[in-house]
Ligand binder design. Structure first.
Ligand SMILES: [Zn+2]
Ligand SMILES: [Zn+2]
Length: 176
C-alpha cells in the first residue's frame, strides 16, 4: 500500500490498516521469522511545510526460533511508529531533476510513502535478536542435542565455563 503525499489533505489522513502477514513476508524476503496475520496499524499522517509526519502504532505476531532450544515460538510485537519525512518544497514538481542527495528524505521515493515497507521496517526493529521462548528455557544439551526442557539426557554435566575463564584458571594454577 502506497500513499502519495499529494493526497494527504490539510487536516491529515487517518489510516486503519489490517494486512495479511504473507504480503509483508514476501517483501521481507529471506528472514528468520514468520509474520503471522493479521498485521494491524493505526497511522496518522499530516503534512506541514516541508515535512510529512507519520505517527501511530502497529501490532503483529511473529514466529521465530528460540535462541536456546531452537524451537519456534510466537512473539507479540506492538510498537509505536513516529517518522518524519523531509521533503524539499519543490520536489513535487522537479522531483526527477533532483538527485537523491538533494532531496532529503527518509526513504521517501518520489512522492510516495510505501506503508508496507514502513510496517516491515518497524517490525524488524522490534524483533529481539536473541529471543528465548521463555526466560528459563534450559536450551539444548551441547553434547547430544536433547531438549533439556523436556528430558534430562545422560550426558555428564559439563562445567559451564567459558574457554577464556578456563585459560584464566590454568594461569592461576600455574602460578602456585
Ligand atoms: Zn527455548
Ligand atoms: Zn546430552
Amino acid at each position: 500500500m502506497k500513499v502519495n503525499i499529494v493526497d494527504i489533505p490539510v487536516h491529515g489522513l487517518q489510516l486503519n490498516i489490517t494486512k495479511n502477514g504473507d504480503e509483508l513476508q514476501a517483501i521481507a524476503g529471506e528472514v528468520d521469522f514468520i509474520i503471522l496475520s493479521p498485521v494491524s496499524a493505526n497511522l496518522s499522517l499530516s503534512k506541514t511545510d516541508g515535512e510529512i509526519l507519520m505517527y501511530g502504532n502497529m501490532a503483529s505476531i511473529i514466529k521465530q526460533h528460540c535462541a536456546r532450544c531452537l524451537k519456534q515460538f510466537e512473539h507479540k510485537i506492538s510498537s509505536k511508529i513516529d517518522i518524519v519525512y523531509t521533503i524539499e518544497p519543490e520536489c513535487g514538481k522537479k522531483e526527477k531533476e533532483l538527485s537523491s542527495e538533494e532531496i532529503r528524505t527518509n526513504d521517501l521515493e518520489g512522492n510516495e510513502i510505501d506503508i508496507d515497507v514502513v510496517l516491515l521496517e518497524q517490525l524488524s526493529l522490534d524483533i529481539p535478536i536473541r529471543a528465548v521462548c521463555k526466560s528459563d528455557c534450559k536450551g539444548l544439551c551441547p553434547k547430544c542435542g536433547a531438549d533439556l526442557n523436556q528430558e534430562k539426557c545422560s550426558c555428564p554435566v559439563i562445567e559451564q565455563i567459558d574457554q577464556r575463564f578456563a585459560k584464566l584458571k590454568e594461569l592461576k594454577l600455574n602460578k602456585k
